[in-house]
Write a protein of this length. Structure first.
Length: 368
């Protein structure tokens, strides 16, 4: 017979259980009845973006978590409720994150409530994927309708443009009529271009995945942007290292993404100023197994007029535009391409301080 190890004659002490909770992949926060922090594990600190301090334990949780207003509001009423929230979502606006949490009362041997615990998890990534699926469903339905409408609209537009062109050639000696017919042709062309943009936006995006070079995509975009908007004397500087690793993506769509960003900058800057396109490697702690994901961050920054907050908040919305002529789809298409590549996009802008748009694209796409 082989010797077998016997279980210890007593349960492990509190330190053992603290190590278990501290090592959990889900976040854990515990508070005492007098609203002080009793425990918070590493994952909780990461989600809240707080640096661990040995003095946190025993402090009022409203002090430790003062930046997380929504969470403080939830915890402040935890001892006033008999039925506590279970598997509820909460948006942390300050962090730009969504968490899913469960609350529970902590009771002593007599059943008296002596504290409360919160178990929660970062659901930001899940929320993004779900929103992407909802957007795909909406666009698929909208695409069917838009395709039918576009077919009916494009034919009359083509007829207007051709007829106006024929009429313009027949009356070359009437300057006033020539001017009016030229305007009709230009407006018909612009309307046709808007119809094409709508079709492009609502059509489901099917990526041709390959190892795509960000450097090559940006270089192509600089050339293409010159054909879509007047650059004037704008200085364009490209600071994208050629040695950046290729990402798993669609080269054509990536070029379209950066072309739209540059075109938007050219149109806003009115022929003067500087645009800098830069790129670097970053890491995103988003993998389900907790390991960071390699990604490429590309920034398109200009020193143009910038935007007030009320405009910046809507700039990626479909059909929103501040231009006299435009469909408002250029940046909406940019966001769609970024989402299709499992990426992120954000912007900072202020009046008279320019605009910087940052696109983060993972090197290896996830299966979604």
């Amino acid at each position: 017979m082989t010797n077998s190890r016997r279980l210890p004659g007593r349960w492990p002490d509190d330190v053992f259980f603290r190590h278990i909770v501290a090592g959990m992949r889900n976040a854990v926060l515990a508070i005492t009845r007098d609203m002080r922090v009793a425990f918070m594990n590493d994952e909780a600190y990461r989600i809240f973006g707080i640096v661990r301090d040995a003095d946190d334990l025993g402090k009022p949780f409203s002090d430790v978590l003062r930046e997380q207003v929504e969470l403080v509001r939830v915890l402040s009423s935890v001892f006033d409720l008999d039925l506590l929230p279970n598997r509820v979502e909460l948006r942390l606006k300050q962090r730009g994150m969504v968490i899913g949490y469960t609350l529970a009362h902590v009771r002593d041997d007599e059943g008296t409530v002596i504290g409360a615990s919160m178990f929660f998890k970062d659901l930001t990534r899940v929320e993004q994927l779900e929103e992407r699926e909802r957007l795909r469903d909406r666009l698929a339905a909208l695409g069917e309708m838009a395709a039918a409408i576009a077919h009916e609209v494009k034919n009359p537009l083509a007829g207007i443009e051709v007829t106006a062109g024929l009429l313009r050639r027949r009356i070359p000696d009437v300057p006033a009529a020539q001017e009016m017919l030229t305007r009709i042709i230009d407006e018909a062309k612009m309307a046709n271009a808007i119809v094409q943009e709508v079709l492009e936006f609502v059509r489901p995006m099917r990526l041709q995945m390959e190892h795509a070079s960000i450097h090559d995509a940006v270089q192509s975009a600089v050339t293409l942007a010159d054909t879509k908007a007047a650059r004037g004397s704008i200085d364009v500087r490209v600071e994208v290292p050629r040695e950046l690793p290729p990402i798993q993506g669609d080269s054509h769509q990536l070029a379209q993404l950066f072309t739209n960003l540059l075109t938007n900058a050219f149109e806003a800057m009115e022929g003067r100023g500087r645009v800098v396109v830069s790129a670097e490697m970053v890491q995103l702690p988003e993998n389900p197994d907790g390991r960071p994901r390699d990604a490429v961050l590309v920034e398109v920054a200009d020193d143009g007029p910038g935007m007030p907050p009320e405009v910046a908040d809507k700039i990626f919305d479909p059909f929103f535009t501040t231009k006299a002529k435009g469909s408002g789809l250029g940046l909406a298409i940019v966001r769609k391409i970024v989402d299709a590549h499992d990426g992120k996009i954000d912007m900072r802008s202020a009046p008279a301080r320019g605009t910087a748009i940052r696109v983060t694209l993972p090197v290896q796409a996830e299966d979604v």
